[in-house]
Ligand binder design. Structure first.
Ligand SMILES: Nc1ncnc2c1ncn2[C@@H]1O[C@H](COP(=O)(O)OP(=O)(O)OP(=O)(O)O)[C@@H](O)[C@H]1O
Length: 244
């Protein structure tokens, strides 16, 4: 456990009516206490999860387009608008880690091809071959299995994007193995009811215009998925009836 608290420096904000402060959950943000090795950010699309995760990555000096401290490359419109307005409290401070953005992982893979060419053991930390030569899901797992280790903070934006249900279970196992020694922290924005089922994690919801802790069984991810699986035909009938 390293990152203990995230604070919005409200005194620095000149207008709460423009992005990113106009996002209701960010507008209301005071302090967020973190006290578990795994924290999930959940909420409807557009509620500000990526905006906050990216700001944390920015404060960690990770590349906000995706990567760690040493991954210097540019992707358009990937800079953080919120980073300079938040304060992070650490105990102890770590500098090692990685920011995974599913949406720009392609650019990270291209960046790796540029820096790993000519290395003694190219792609050693990425499963031994270019991420472009692995499937989307394989490349995510290569990263988690080879690049991720102890003494680090990992910020993951929708890691499930490339993972089949079975590979999401593999990811939960990796999460378990990395956090059991107590020297790894994860903050994960997700829509996956499987990932959210990880035991003893904090789930922070960005819905209803604020950031608040919720229980797994209270999340839409759990309730809606459960209802859908148990009443698929009825659910679809109702869904399509509204369209007519
Ligand atoms: N650079 C930007 N300028 C203005 N508005 C932005 C910018 N980036 C994001 N937004 C808006 O901020 C809101 C929050 O976006 P954000 O990407 O943080 O949502 P999210 O909760 O991660 O959503 P999702 O679950 O769809 O990934 C959205 O309404 C989005 O349109």
């Amino acid at each position: 456990m390293f990152l203990r608290n995230i604070q919005l420096q409200r005194e620095k904000v000149t207008s709460f009516s423009t992005y990113p402060f106009s996002i209701p959950a960010i507008h209301q943000l005071n302090g967020i206490e973190l006290n578990k090795p795994v924290t999930f950010f959940i909420g409807e699309n557009g509620t500000g999860k990526s905006t906050l995760l990216e700001a944390i990555a920015d404060k960690c000096d990770f590349n906000t387009a995706g990567g760690g401290r040493n991954n210097v490359y540019d992707v358009d419109a990937s800079e953080s608008a919120l980073g300079e307005y938040i304060r992070l409290a650490w105990l102890p401070k770590v500098t090692n880690g990685f920011f995974l953005r599913a949406e720009s992982f392609y650019h990270f893979a291209t960046h790796l091809d540029q820096i790993e060419t000519g290395a003694l053991e190219p792609y050693r930390a990425y499963g031994g071959k270019s991420l472009h030569h692995q499937s989307h899901g394989e490349s995510f797992l290569s990263l988690f299995l080879n690049r991720f280790n102890g003494g680090a903070i990992y910020l993951l934006d929708e890691p499930e994007a490339a993972l089949s249900p079975n590979r999401q279970f593999t990811f939960l196992r990796i999460l378990h193995d990395l956090t059991k020694k107590g020297d790894c922290q994860f903050i994960i924005a997700t829509h996956s009811p499987i990932l959210l089922g990880y035991p003893d994690a904090t789930i922070l919801s960005f819905d209803n215009g604020k950031i608040e802790q919720v229980k797994y069984e209270e999340t839409d991810h759990y309730r809606v998925t459960k209802y859908f699986l148990q009443h698929r035909e009825k659910f679809l009938e109702e869904l399509f009836a509204e369209e007519e």
